[in-house]
Design a binder for this molecule. Structure first.
Ligand code: PLP
Length: 392
């Protein structure tokens, strides 16, 4: 898939998504898709029923650009309870079209073309591409496997005179790394010194393993006043196609985000806002079970990857595994991904989709947000995959 013919000049730097490409290839060969983080698990009935009831009650009009007040109030209660963030539902929360909408409206509302935005590699492709679309100068700092540790020194070294914002993603897609309090305090020291904005994508906040706590950057080291917290509901309620998320920021920044949200999208889908409002009333047991179910899937997949000679980097959170394929002997990650796809009928994503340099060439990413039967079948196929077969 090359660049579209009529792509505007300023968008020529877009890194076209290998994730989408692998999904298409997966459909072409009838594979099990462990590439894209589609998440086809069931939506909680309480969430689905509330959305259906809203449609039946003809709640079909536009809403405020910042979303329903009842939803923002539910979000504010949840932020205080689970994130240690005090947000005023009247002024600090904007309901958006997914976390993607929150990120895109935030960078467009708060940064100017030519401003520097720093991404941590391995990065999530949409952070890169949304930043390019907004005309930003994308800068990178590398977090190296297997522990993806962030240090104050490496952060300082990655900053440029025009850097205005740093993007954090915890738990991270694709690495599963969860930033520690110590790492976030280091970020806070640098952010205060250099007057940086923090854009913190926490869409996987409830998908975390081995009892590890999720720490929201806005609640650490006085970062709140300079942080835009980007949240999504796609993963929490298994509703990737509903397109609902939200941004949380101090009122002046939230107002700017709401303005851009209004200009681009008017508002998030009305009946679906009612659905997720009900979701915030789900008991703590729902969120605990979500994490435990994914932890079991993680362990199943990691066992299979090991059996196939890969070295999985066991994720702390999110629902992806990066696996080291150095032993397999392929020249590039895309070759390895295509061999696995064509011969074992399992789709993955080449690590080169998440790193600019060579680190990604020895990695594949697998997504385990799958029903148990499909994941089990994919694991069987992976276990029996012989990477050398096509090379002999
Ligand atoms: N942020 C991260 C880190 C993701 O991994 C994803 C989806 O995979 C998104 C955002 C997209 O979220 P949404 O569906 O809420 O737009």
């Amino acid at each position: 898939m090359g660049q579209p013919q009529f792509l505007a000049q300023r968008l020529r730097g877009l890194a076209l998504s290998d994730i989408r490409r692998m999904s298409r290839e997966s459909d072409r060969v009838g594979a099990i898709n462990l590439g894209q983080g589609i998440c086809d698990l069931p939506t909680p009935p309480e969430v689905a029923e509330a959305a259906k009831a809203a449609i039946d009650a003809n709640k079909s009009t536009y809403t405020y650009p910042e979303g329903h007040l009842a939803l923002r109030q539910a979000i504010a209660r949840k932020l205080a309870r689970d994130n240690g963030i005090q947000a005023d539902p009247g002024s600090d929360i904007v309901v958006t079209l997914g976390a993607t909408g929150a990120f895109a409206t935030a960078v467009n509302a708060l940064l100017d073309p030519g401003d520097g935005i720093l991404l941590m590699e391995p990065y999530y492709g949409y952070h890169l591409n949304c930043s390019i679309v907004a005309g930003l100068e994308v800068q990178f700092m590398t977090l190296a496997p297997p522990d993806f540790h962030l240090t104050e020194e490496s952060l300082r070294a990655a900053l440029r005179p025009n850097t205005r914002a740093v993007v954090l993603c915890t738990p991270s897609n694709p690495s599963g790394k969860m930033l520690t309090r110590g790492e976030l305090e280091a970020v806070a020291r640098v952010a205060h010194e250099r007057d940086l904005l923090i854009i913190s994508d926490e869409i996987y906040e409830y998908i975390r393993y081995d009892g590890r706590p999720h720490i929201s950057p806005a609640a650490v080291g006085g970062l709140g006043p300079r942080t835009i917290t980007v949240m999504g509901l796609s993963k929490t309620f298994s509703i990737t196609g509903w397109r609902l998320g939200y941004a949380v920021a101090p009122a002046p920044m939230a107002r700017a985000i709401a303005l851009v949200n209004d200009l681009y999208y008017v508002c998030a889908p009305n009946p679906l806002q009612h659905g997720v409002t009900a979701g915030f009333e789900l008991p703590a047991a729902y969120f605990a079970r979500l994490a435990l179910d994914y932890q079991r899937k993680r362990d199943t997949l990691c066992d299979a990857l090991k059996a196939a000679g890969m070295a999985p980097i066991v994720p702390q959170g999110a629902y992806y595994v990066l696996a080291d394929i150095s032993n397999w002997g392929f020249a590039t990650a895309i070759e390895a991904a295509m061999a696995l796809l064509e011969r074992a009928k399992v789709a993955s994503v080449p690590g080169s989709a998440f790193y600019r340099g060579t680190i990604g060439e020895k990695l594949l990413r697998f997504c385990f947000a799958k029903d148990d039967a499909s994941l089990g079948e994919a694991c069987e196929r992976i276990r029996h995959f012989d990477p050398g077969a096509g090379l002999r």
